[in-house]
Design a protein around this ligand. Sequence first.
Ligand code: B3K
Ligand code: ZN
Length: 875
Amino acid sequence: APAIRLEDYQLPRYRIETVFLDINLDPTETRVCTRMSLARTAGTPDGTPLELDGDDLSLTSVQIDGVPLECSAYEASPEKLTIKAPPAAPFELIVETVINPSANTQLMGLYQSSGTYCTQCEAEGFRRITYFLDRPDILSVYTTRLEALANNCPVLLANGNLAETGRVEGTDRHFAVWHDPHPKPAYLFALVAGDLAKVPDRFTTRSGTSVELNIYVEHGKEGLCGWAMDSLKRSMRWDEETFGLEYDLSVFNIVAVSDFNMGAMENKGLNIFNDKYVLADPETATDQDYANIEAVIAHEYFHNWTGNRITCRDWFQLCLKEGLTVFRDQEFSSDMRSRAVKRIADVRLLKSHQFPEDAGPLAHPVRPRTYHEINNFYTATVYEKGAEVVRMLKTMLGPEAFRAGLDLYFERHDGEATTIEAFLKCFEDSSGRDLGQFSLWYDQAGTPVVAAETEYDPARQSFTLSLTQEIPPVPGQKTTRANVIPLRFGLVDPNGTDLTPGSVDGATVSGDVLLFDQQHQTVTFKNVPVPPVLSLQRAFSAPVRLNQKLSEDELLFLARKDSDPFNRWQAVQTLAMQDLVRLTSAIRAHQPVSPSEGIIDVFRSILSDGSLDAALKAQALTLPGEADIAQEIGKDVDPDAIRSARESLRSLAGKALSGQLLQIIEASPAGAYSPDAEPAGQRALANRALHYFAVSDASGVSALVADRFKTANNMTDRLAALTLLVHSNLPRAAEALAAFHDRHQSNSLAMDKWFMTQATAPLKDAAQVVARLMDHPLYDPSNPNKVRALLQSFASGNPTQFARVDGSGFKLVAESVLAIDKRNPQVASRLLTSFRSWRALEPQRSALAESALLRISSCEELSRDSRDIVDRTLQ
Ligand code: B3K
Ligand code: ZN
């Protein structure tokens, strides 16, 4: 299939003003009757055929203005319905299709999850329900009538407000009519029908409207919705207070289903969620799960303005809604929790997911210019880097001008399908700034590398900073231009206080933000009385890789003294990373390995620093991940050497700090569980301490871990202990796995953790264990959460075993991709992306990865999703 290109965008030839859907639900033969009012758009010539999108559809009948069409007047295939010569005046088109929800294993369009009918239409799933102009710039007002067996489906939901319900006379069926007054694109359409329990609540908006809130779940799970509901109400309040945005319907429904391709979906007034991001109690959910639920509930809710009321003109503009909405949910979580800790967590995610994507064969701009399959562009680049770009805009313009620009965006574009250009124009108009160069962030792929060197001149009392930026080569990107990079900074004096320089030459500086906007730039700070240490890219003010030549002493100083908590954390990470890279090469060269003591001293002083909260300490004590180290090394990567290096540092710390660690473990919160940030931070620190303590020489280590497992009163502590037992292959591992299984076997989400713990164990039989677990009665290859828990976590979270030098890890994943691809292309192609860094591996392993990829590529019946990923990965 030819590529779709941004430059080929054309305005639609026809509009669809209103849609009336009448859907008669049946597991194998659902009848869909769609009545739409159509009109030509200005400039459409007479006789322009109307081409409606379809996917796997079968047409029953088609009428225009009440008259059935002659066969010669249209052409129908499963993928397209063409009306050859539609009327010149506005007309009504009625199309009837039949679909089979129970055979829908792709989970796109209308499908069933545990017997519940539900839909997923983004990006192009609506065309699997009816023939339509399935593109986001077609905005229509929808009315949906649902009919189903009253016994099987007491709950009937669609977008908008409920208009009517009733029995269908003389039958055992009933119906509901929903009307959504807000024009929307088809990708935001949704319906749900089934036998579900309802957890109700209410919210009163700032302007006094009472909104009905409901969470629908399987019967028996009502007690697991409290946190999600609380998060929803806090999100609604926060969006009013922070951005002045209110909810706009009389009801907001959330439905949790267990079979879902992604996290959740922001359908207007009817959000559908992967139940992983709704259900929680202390027995089955970790602190991380609670934080994720809070963030995803907020994200989907925030889409109501950034995504739904203002949507994307075309799918190239995906970051318009996703980057902005991720930024909004990150801000929300920062306000609910510790801002510094949230920033660290977000940057970790960016560096571990987006940086490798941007450095490999799947690199693409935040706003791509071409695609074969849009589902493959719901990426870390569009989401996470997209959010960083919005954050940079705020950093550059300042909070007031940023808010003014957003206000203008909502005022100017409400009810539209728009573009990145229109978005940026609002900020230009409100601030008077030219954002031409800034827009490069949307168009250039690759993570810019910034080199920074400094020099202090005592005679002149001046401090000079030389900056250079460069974007490394990216497939298909020939030339690059200098970005505008906002760098937050501080000149830290020997006491740890930020100096205020007299004047600055060579760059625009406002407050603590320096704009670096050329290839090379030399910046001079005057009246600097003492030689400072430069703390640069504070709070990670731009998504760039910073190469700053700081000595070990300077890093140790920043780790202890920087007033910016993010950069304190960063200094620890940099110190650890330098050591880990050094240790890795020593191991590969068969030289003796001795981790440096400096990092241990830093750990010691962080642990005893009363000014730091526990969550921040836990983050500071978390070493860069194996994949992060691989990314830093960049080529000729040997995952086993990386792991040994990381383990040697871990064990040095465990041994050197065992006394302090034990105190922390013993002080971990007791009593009733609360998911709040503070106790969660204490648990994170205690479990981090346990992670190090487990590799100390102290006696009774494995008994202590086993005891923590046994006595845990919450999933966070239980899973942390289980992971340690299994990953370190401690004597009680098998026993603990069995106990966990027995305790949680009836809870699918908890069992996902059991699968994941084993799949990520860095033990030499991991691939066999995964293969064996695929036959476990609770494993279900049609459930995306199970595939992610077992296979995706093995492929992306177990670097030594996935990249085993006997090729068995790659082979297992490649075979699984092929099997899953037949059933669910989106899940398969996502799994396939775990090969993306294959070229960075040492020659033997990269050859094995290549042959696994070639094996996939040689399969003729590959889905478009997997074909696209495998082709780009191999290119
Ligand atoms: N907008 C959806 C993602 C849809 C993915 C389609 N393949 C969830 C979200 O970002 O909120
Ligand atoms: Zn989103």
